[in-house]
Design a protein around this ligand. Structure first.
Ligand code: MG
Length: 492
């Protein structure tokens, strides 16, 4: 059977094709679908222990909580707690599970779900709605806690896209789910899919949708109603994986994708045959032959100049030119600056198809300014991972560094994965008016997560067998600022 996220992607695409101008909506339940309720249970049970100086749950692991959040009584009985204590606990649990502190501190999303939501939220004319059995009085707490969890994924939930149960707790939930679908439809949204962990809710929505307009997805987590209610046409799944949801042709078009480490013949062939436009090559001077080598490893006995598989920059350049590819050049040695500039001018490659790595310890101010003057319309990118601690501690100082580099001609800043995920980092650099590249992205899932950050460029080895890309980079960072102080020395 096909993966549920793949089926969702296909249904969404069909709807987009059929209704190009409609507001499409993917509708999610919250508890047990977006949120893993076991963490809430663990939090409330531990709070009981703390408050009553007991130790019933000191050793309890979240994995052992394989019960729906409404079925605590059975669980306590299985753990052999005496009846009186079970009653005391049940009362505590009921009183505290929806307390604002529990809602804020204990709720956790399932892995990947917020990325999936973000993916839909960045698609044009596409909305993510929430359809929950929680009662209205929890609206403010619900939005506040979900948005706190969602912030680092750039996801935002708006009140007008949240439908709550108009009755009180645990009443008429099934009817409320149908009412939620109808409300959004009445407001002009075309509901493409509805995701819920409760079989009974899916059944009710299935019955209200005899024409099968809505794809029903069953989040196969922990649920209360009987599995026999799962409609035949619904699809179950447990993992929210972007790599099952997103295909290559759905990638955002304005992001530059860069294939790193296009140095050896095998990688060059893979890259040239791919749909990826930008390739990164590492260039060094071959001191013996007085030629420019494409090589990231540096010279040693086994990989030194004159070896049989040595690749030369000019040959790489012609291959790029023939295939209409664009070139990001990482100059490892200021001694090759003149040679690279000459070679590029000779071959006449358009400047907008060129970019250079401008790493101050290698090229120094003079080299960076030279490249900027020789190719004013080319990209000039500097990695700023060494500034990451400063972005937190002293943003004014960090901005000063960037301004100085920008004065030399740098026009894009690179941030390595996973620094790029740090809250607010990319946003801050962009708010200062600079373009950003996310570098060293290790695999397809991370690559897709990086696209959700909407940077200007993403660089990766493209070892994505799922997409038939077999980049052979080392998967390791090619270059680090070993002594951050030394780098700052170049800048001040
Ligand atoms: Mg639920």
């Amino acid at each position: 059977m096909k993966n549920w996220m793949t089926i969702l992607a296909r249904r969404y695409e069909e709807a987009r094709r059929q209704y190009p101008n409609d507001k499409l909506m993917v509708l999610f339940d919250i508890d047990g679908t977006i949120l893993d309720m076991r963490y809430m249970m663990l939090y409330v049970l531990r709070a009981f222990d703390r408050e009553h100086a007991t130790a019933h749950f000191a050793e309890l692991d979240v994995e052992e909580l394989n019960i729906h959040e409404n079925q605590l009584a059975d669980f306590l009985e299985r753990r052999g707690l005496p009846a009186a204590e079970r009653e005391r606990l049940a009362a505590w649990y009921e009183k505290n599970r929806w307390a604002p502190s529990a809602v804020m501190e204990s709720h956790r999303p399932f892995q990947g779900v917020l990325e999936v939501i973000r993916w839909f939220q960045i698609q044009p004319q596409t909305y993510v709605g929430l359809n929950t059995g929680r009662p209205e009085f929890l609206r403010t707490d619900t939005l506040r806690s979900l948005n706190a969890l969602a912030e680092e994924y750039r996801v935002e939930f708006a009140s007008e896209l949240l439908f709550m149960n108009p009755s009180s707790w645990d009443h008429d939930i099934v009817q409320a789910k149908v009412a939620g679908v109808r409300r959004f439809e009445a407001e002009g949204f075309r509901v493409v899919a509805f995701i819920d962990n409760e079989p009974a809710n899916l059944k009710a929505v299935a019955e209200a949708d005899p024409e099968h307009k809505i794809l029903l997805l069953h989040a196969d987590t922990l649920f209360e109603s009987h599995p026999r209610f799962i409609p035949e046409r619904s699809v179950s799944g447990r993992e929210y994986a972007l790599s099952s949801l997103v295909t290559e042709r759905q990638l955002p078009r304005h992001v530059q994708f860069i294939w790193q480490g296009v140095n050896d013949g095998a990688n060059l062939r893979q890259f040239l045959a791919s749909n990826i436009t930008w390739g990164e090559v590492d260039v060094r001077q071959d001191p013996a032959a007085q030629r420019l080598l494409v090589d990231c490893e540096g010279f040693s006995e086994s990989s030194g100049p004159g070896r049989e598989d040595a690749a030369y920059f000019e040959e790489h350049l012609s291959a790029f030119q023939r295939q209409g590819k664009s070139l990001l050049i990482d100059l490892h040695d200021p001694a090759c600056l003149d040679g690279v500039i000459d070679a590029l001018e000779r071959c006449g490659i358009a400047e907008d198809r060129l970019c250079f790595k401008a790493e101050p310890p290698r090229l120094e101010e003079r080299g960076i300014r030279l490249l900027a003057a020789a190719f004013p319309r080319a990209g000039l990118q500097c990695s700023v991972d060494f500034l990451v601690p400063m972005f937190q501690a002293s943003p004014e100082q960090a901005e000063k560094f960037l301004r100085r580099l920008s004065g030399w001609g740098v026009n894009r800043f690179g941030v390595g994965w996973p620094f790029a995920r740090q809250r607010g980092l990319l946003e801050r650099i962009r708010a200062w008016g600079y373009r950003v590249a996310v570098e060293e992205v290790p695999d397809l899932e991370a690559f897709l997560q990086a696209t959700l950050l909407l940077p200007d460029a993403i660089a990766s080895d493209f070892n994505f067998p799922q997409w038939c890309y077999y980049g052979q980079g080392t998967g390791q960072r090619r270059y680090r600022y070993e002594v951050a102080g030394g780098v700052r020395g170049h800048l001040l």
